[in-house]
Write a protein that binds this ligand. Structure first.
Ligand code: SAM
Length: 351
């Protein structure tokens, strides 16, 4: 058996999962943990335990928990803890289970590949700090676009600044996950070194803190022709309306695809023992035009200072002009159509 030394720790490694090139990552982790005065720390994906043991021995952190779901890693970890005379807690659980069961002042995620499967549970578990390593730089930076979108629920672009793109895509996911739990995100240090992204986040409890951090979320619009880029904030007016030239606001990311399957809905109408209200909802859903959102008939007429006519007449007229149009179950006053707002307004003025 080969023993390694890193910092103040002598340890045996767990085969493929010890990467000496990550020493710099761990050195900075120890320095940050010490600088922040962290007293309770979870190394959620420990392997040999080197990261958490160094935090216990070098950062003065009183309560360190080392966790791995692999029993062989846990055996190695126990021997390493004894070898270095540390009193770390050793845990053999699926990290997501442990992080749903217990809270820690600081949670550190250092997985093989993407941290995405653990960020939700870690956001729940972390009271004050969340540290994350991601080694899946190709998805994060836009080189493996589809994988990046799946893992991070955001669209990364492989641009000249792809390394910072990766860091910000990771931060975006963490901020969204924390915000869902009424926790704010305050990045303390973020670096992209060698093949990984590493970020240190302060977690601030409370809906107001979460709202504040959501103000830092947005989109980046990049021109592939000249290479210039602009940022668009999610929560602030951003663009110019092509119809009236006023400022617009952004919603999203949200689902823009189909929300109804008429065949399935029709089968449910036949199969179910439904009352008249349920039948009406389902039949309207089955007939809804497959376009996002709807216009409110009365709101538009009020804006145009005209008296609303029959909604069915408006829908028929839109169809006769070659547009798709239908009512919607969302509201009795709604019109779903692929016509533009000016086209719809023209029909309403004619009516
Ligand atoms: N943090 C370690 C270091 O600094 O040397 C390296 C950790 S290694 C990249 C990832 C470890 O996570 C492996 O030992 C693996 O067994 C463990 N692991 C993967 N999925 C896990 C899960 N869901 N729960 C607990 N451990 C897991």
């Amino acid at each position: 058996m080969t023993l390694h030394t890193e910092g103040s720790i002598t340890f045996e490694a767990t085969g493929a999962f010890f990467n000496p090139r990550m020493q710099l990552n761990r050195d900075i982790g120890v320095a940050m943990t010490k600088a922040l005065g962290i007293s309770e720390y979870l190394d959620a994906l420990s392997a040999s335990g080197i990261r958490g043991m160094r935090v216990a021995a070098e950062a003065g952190t009183e309560k360190v928990t080392l966790n791995d779901f692999d029993p062989r890693a846990v055996q190695v970890m126990r021997r390493n803890v004894a070898r270095n005379q540390l009193d770390c807690v050793v845990s053999e659980k699926n990290a997501n289970v442990l992080m749903h069961q217990e809270h820690f002042q600081a949670v550190d995620l250092d997985p093989f590949g993407s941290p995405s499967p653990y960020i939700s549970a870690a956001s729940r578990s972390a009271r004050s700090y969340l540290f994350i390593t991601a080694t899946d730089t190709a998805p994060l930076c836009g080189a493996h676009l589809k994988s990046g979108i799946r893992k991070y629920m955001a669209v990364p672009l492989c641009t000249d600044y792809h390394r910072e793109m990766g860091a910000r895509i990771l931060l975006g996911l963490a901020a969204r996950e924390l915000a869902r739990l009424d926790k704010g995100t305050e990045p303390l240090l973020t670096h992209v070194t060698d093949h990984y992204v590493r970020t240190y986040l302060r977690v601030v409890k409370g809906a107001e803190a979460a709202d504040r951090s959501l103000q830092s979320l947005g989109y980046l619009e990049h021109c592939n022709s000249c290479g210039s880029f602009e940022t668009l904030r999610l929560l602030h007016p951003v663009g110019i309306c092509r119809h009236c030239r006023s400022r617009t606001a952004l919603a999203g990311p949200l689902w823009l695809g189909k929300i109804q399957d008429p065949d399935v809905i029709t089968s449910a109408l036949v199969a179910g023992d439904l009352g008249p209200r349920a039948k009406k909802i389902l039949s309207t859903c089955a007939k809804e035009v497959d376009v996002p959102m709807y216009y409110d008939h009365h709101c538009i007429c009020e804006k145009l200072r005209i008296t609303p006519g029959k909604i069915e007449d408006v829908i028929s007229r839109l169809k006769s002009l070659g547009h798709q149009a239908s009512r919607t179950h969302f509201t009795g006053l709604g019109i779903k159509t692929n016509a533009t707002l000016p086209e719809l307004e023209e029909v309403l003025r004619e009516n």
